[in-house]
Design a protein around this ligand. Structure first.
Ligand code: URA
Length: 238
């Protein structure tokens, strides 16, 4: 249990510098349980605390854990150069909370992307030591053959890697589509593995991270949701 003043609460939730949050409160744009609060030093218990800014309700969250269905033509970089950044798909105040993608998807890759402002969570989820399986659906230029699947399962040598990299699981889904499960997250790994196995990846979608399936989140491309406590715990335990 912790009590915080309203200006500190707003600041912690990304609504701006303390001075700005105080002005927001004093101008009558912040309410709690339907009552406008003008005293920025009024304190509130933060657990399950709901407040409203410009008539929009927000739940106090110590940290943000988000799943995004990433569309193509968005960059995961915090300083995007050729396309808009994925952060532009989230409410503006989240960027003031230092929300970052957990790992990266290429600008043309679609699908499940986790985002958070919890440094320990980001670090643990992106650590190469964790071996969290990630499921991708790749569309290949050439037909998907049993030789291709066998090569990917046996392991292919990529230029800057000392040891061959192998898929954990590899299934043909259709003439030009395969499901590939990887437990590493090397740069352009799926595309480079397909190229090294003699094919070419023309489209890529990440459908699952650990036990978390994009399907079950029912997000349209570009939509995001908060992860539930159970989903976060499952990712942490993976
Ligand atoms: N592998 C790739 O080649 N690209 C991605 O975005 C993710 C995995």
């Amino acid at each position: 249990m912790s009590k915080l003043s309203l200006d500190r609460i707003l600041q912690s939730q990304g609504f701006g510098a303390r001075k700005w949050c105080r002005e927001l409160i004093e101008s009558g744009d912040v309410s709690v349980s339907g009552e406008t609060i003008l005293d920025y030093l009024a304190t509130f218990e933060t657990t399950n605390f709901i407040f409203s800014v410009y008539d929009e309700n927000w739940l106090y969250r110590e940290h943000l854990y988000i799943a995004l269905n990433k569309p193509a033509d968005y960059e995961c970089s915090r300083k995007p150069s050729h396309h808009p950044g994925v952060l532009s798909l989230l409410p503006e105040q989240f960027t003031h909370r230092d929300v970052q993608p957990v790992g990266r998807l290429d600008h043309d890759t679609t699908g499940l992307l986790l985002m958070s402002d919890d440094g320990a969570f980001i670090h643990a989820q992106s650590s190469p030591k964790r071996h969290i399986p990630k499921v991708y659906v790749a569309t290949a230029h050439e037909p998907v053959t049993s030789e291709l699947l066998a090569k990917l399962l046996r392991g292919v040598k990529l230029n800057d890697e000392t040891a061959p990299l192998a898929a954990l699981v590899c299934n043909k889904l259709s003439e030009h589509q395969l499901e590939i499960v990887l437990e590493q997250g090397k740069y352009h790994q799926v595309k480079r593995m397909l190229a090294a196995a003699g094919n070419h990846c023309v489209a890529l979608n990440r459908s699952q991270i650990g036990q978390l399936k994009l399907d079950t989140l029912a997000l349209e491309l570009g939509e995001w949701c908060y992860l539930s406590k159970e989903q976060i715990e499952q990712l942490i335990a993976a």
